[in-house]
Design a protein around this ligand. Structure first.
Ligand code: HEC
Ligand code: HEC
Ligand code: HEC
Ligand code: HEC
Length: 185
């Protein structure tokens, strides 16, 4: 518990130093998630993967990237930062049944929908809640659901709308911000 509070305080201390897309992961300043010489998991992750929380779909703890997110974002086995619980959540850790969802390949990991299927967690992502698709601050969530559930949404969100930070060859600096929506804090 003390360790958790200290970590959060340490993370928060660096907040004012940097602003990218001005989301809360900015405060992690790269090395909050990637331990350059102190890695504890894959992709030189700085946080222990969560091996405790049981995914109700697989009846096992998560693996891969999702276990890394849940090292922070779960109460059970994680640090309890903005916790999400699989029991009360949209499924993850599943190989999509094509009748239920049509998921673009590039956002699957090992054929499965994981946290990063819906979120790109890098500070460069300007979208609401680090979602893969712009939802106008959450007001147009249908745009996001329509990426994988088109027949429910009545339209298909093009894969070109997917935000991805995972291809350095495709990076273009963001254009100057258009008119800023009035943000509620
Ligand atoms: C909130 C945690 C988090 C933060 C903060 C973060 N990353 Fe990542 N990083 C990840 C995750 C998760 C992945 C894997 C994403 C995926 O598979 O789509 C990743 C992947 C990467 C990769 C690619 C690894 C590979 O094998 O392809 C690089 C490079 C990287 N991050 C660099 C950075 C840099 C530089 C920063 C700071 C600007 C940063 N990251 C901040 C979580 C984070
Ligand atoms: C090192 C700990 C850490 C890891 C690992 C981490 N996050 Fe976070 N995340 C945070 C913190 C800290 C916040 C801000 C919490 C707050 O404001 O109370 C946050 C906030 C968020 C938010 C809310 C953003 C908003 O605008 O409100 C999302 C979504 C999120 N994280 C997704 C992810 C996903 C997906 C992963 C894995 C790819 C991940 N995080 C990995 C620490 C982490
Ligand atoms: C099917 C897509 C989907 C998957 C999979 C998913 N999320 Fe999310 N997540 C969302 C959406 C949509 C929101 C925003 C909900 C809203 O604003 O009402 C969200 C919000 C969040 C938040 C912010 C919660 C808050 O109180 O604001 C966090 C943290 C988060 N997700 C982490 C994760 C982690 C960690 C995983 C994997 C273990 C994950 N998500 C998997 C779609 C997804
Ligand atoms: C990136 C792809 C993706 C996005 C975006 C997405 N989903 Fe899903 N959704 C899936 C997958 C994959 C499943 C699990 C399919 C299966 O059971 O194999 C699923 C399942 C569901 C289910 C069935 C849940 C259950 O317990 O069986 C509902 C309901 C659902 N999604 C609603 C939504 C809503 C609402 C949104 C938008 C807020 C959304 N999804 C966004 C991929 C996605």
């Amino acid at each position: 518990m003390i360790k958790r509070i200290l970590l959060i305080m340490a993370l928060m201390l660096v907040v004012p130093a940097i602003t990218w897309a001005a989301g809360p992961h900015d405060s992690l300043s790269c090395t909050g998630c990637h331990g350059i010489h102190t890695a504890k998991g894959d992709i030189i992750f700085a946080v222990e993967p969560n091996t405790k929380a049981i995914n109700p779909r697989t009846k096992k703890p998560d693996s891969g990237v999702s276990a890394l997110c849940l090292g922070c974002h779960e109460n059970e086995g994680g640090m309890g930062i903005m916790p999400v619980s699989a029991k009360h959540s949209h499924p993850w850790g599943v190989k999509p049944n094509p009748k239920v969802a049509s998921v673009p390949n590039e956002i699957l990991r090992d054929g499965k929908l994981e946290c990063v299927g819906c979120h790109d967690p890098h500070p460069s992502n300007p979208n609401h809640k680090y979602l893969r698709v712009d939802t106008k601050g959450g007001a147009n969530m249908v745009n996001f659901c329509a990426l994988c559930h088109s027949s429910k949404a009545g339209k298909r969100t093009s894969t070109s709308a997917i935000f991805s930070s995972m291809d350095e060859t495709a990076f273009k600096p963001a254009p100057a911000p258009a008119k800023k929506p009035t943000t509620k804090k």
